[in-house]
Design a protein around this ligand. Sequence first.
Ligand code: ADP
Ligand code: MG
Length: 705
Amino acid sequence: MKLISKKLNTPLAYLKGVGAQKADMLQKELGVSTFGQYLLQFPFRYEDRSTQYAIKDAQSEKVSIRLKGVIISKEIIKGQRNRRMVCIMKDPSGFVELIWFKGIAIMDRIIQVNTAYYAYGKVKNFKGKKSIVHPELESVAEAKSKLQSDFAPVYPSTEKLTNRGLDNRVRRNIASMILGELHPNDIPEVLPSYLIKKYKLISRFQAIKCMHLPNNEQEMQAAGRRIKFEELFFFQLQAMLNKVERQVKFKGFVFEKVGEHFNQFFKHHLPFELTNAQKRVIKEIRADLGKGNQMNRLLQGDVGSGKTIVSLLACLLAIDNGFQSCIMAPTEILAQQHYASIGESLKEMDLKVAFLSGSVKGKKRATILEELANGEIDILIGTHALIEDPVQFKNLGLAITDEQHRFGVKQRSKLWRKSKVHPPHILVMTATPIPRTLAMTVYGDLDVSVIDELPPGRKAVQTVHKTEAKRTEILRFMKAEIDKGRQIYVVYPLIDESETLDLQDLNNGYERILDYFPRPHYQISMVHGRMKPADKDWEMQRFVKGETNIMVATTVIEVGVNVPNASVMIIENSERFGLSQLHQLRGRVGRGAEQSYCILATGYKLSKEAKERIATMVRTTDGFEIAEADMRLRGPGNIDGTQQSGVLDLALVNLTKDQAILNVARQEAQHIIELDPSLTTEKNATLKEYILRLGPRFKSWGKIS
Ligand code: ADP
Ligand code: MG
């Protein structure tokens, strides 16, 4: 079956009314150049224009509304800094100014005075004078001839597109023209007919048409449902197929023995009793390593849930089977902490653990490289320096990366090549918990293990919200805690765009704290991203060793640092942090036996979302609950790690809201793969063909690039 008709490959420029220039713009800004590609750029929402307002009733509103009137004047006004075009529109109830700062030439050409228009936009009412900046405009006559629907598509756009007049109305019209040229057979069905029947889905052609031009709400919803189902179904089918392929293609080292080192450590050197969750996860890893397939496993566990010991035990399994292993962390500080704690745990055992980062140089480095190559080193811990080309292992059997979202797909694939016979087993650890069904979708071809239990005896961090007015109160509280022997973090946001400003915030904060906590009685560290790594480390180490009482820092300390004596985390301008970041930061305290505190300091004015973020933090310390709230607030596309790594590329689906569709689509995909793991049967030929055509939309986590 042909899945793509010639028609769909027609260049957009061939469409009357688009022309070379607009086609070029669409290609540059959206990457679409054919009919088919254009149609797959769906609107992300619709505006309900079914109600029309009288101008006198239009007040300053947050949402766009529709007005109808006659444009009675048009004037281009030259201001000091810019030009603007102002049209006055009148209806029986009053007047409204329509204003353009951009695209003036185009609008000037289009707008006819003394003609009736619909104007659509957000009205501003300033002392009774009403205006809309950059409204969408459509002549009443034109709208009539087209029988416009009340649901107007709103497309993802860019500033350039809007400035060049390719606004939502024009975009919709292009879609309409394309659809007018197509026959339903030009967009063939790709889903098996039994699924279409079972879930009462509309056809693919119909769905694509209704996405752009829904006649009513029912059509809009039916189209959305069908497209989402399709998207999730193929996304998962593709992931499952990848996994099957990987297992066929890449055999793994078989770690069949649980040997001397593992047992010795387990019996004599475990520093604490493992939690049930840790035990379960170790079992899962052990089973996986013994199967003969290459392991590709994601280990999720909230901050402080004890992932390090799990990674250490996995390394011991590798050693017992004659292999080396490595642990890679995203920052020098974190890597060093791993090195210190693992070194400490293994000090009674006859094993060689080494550290490697960019700062290890000269003779030291040469020795390490040599001992790696001849197999003397059992475990190598370090930063991404581990994956550089000169680093050669004798036989790397297991590669662990901590805080995986900091590493890109490319870096991971380099790890794969560090081993010759088979790729090493891979364990990626993350403290950014996401719900399990979602994890299975996002990390489709990884297996997922979860540590869903904290070690016993942890006291939940007490979290409070304080506004600026409480500054003295906060300082007093800090003093009391320091006098009890505790250490304190004070964290400032650092966001690229306003780095200078933020740095000033940080410096001011530092000065203020110095005032209140004078030397030499108190010692204060300061760390930020603009410092040289060596200086940063030195300052950090002073705090880790307990030589300083307060650590004033930007988010460079976010990841993994473990200072059990630090019991207070103060987050300044906390409204500027995302939920998962706040959670990570808070995870820096509450690691020791003492009651810990987190103070979220904010200004007075908070957006609705900021309020909700703060309230969530105050309400709960459960990472999963926080992740869910985060998704609700931001949408899953923004979950840390999924976006940066480019794994999640779903056009329409909202993974939180569309859980129900996600679940059935997953079940159906699974069912098909169970019966026909590589989709080789005739029955599944269309599916396979379509998946191949979809190409790299799904970026496999496990694939060598
Ligand atoms: P994370 O999952 O954030 O990497 P860590 O592995 O750093 O967590 O563990 C956090 C702290 O909890 C460490 O001080 C560690 O020694 C301790 N810990 C881990 N597992 C247990 C356990 N089962 N019982 C008691 N303490 C534990
Ligand atoms: Mg950790």
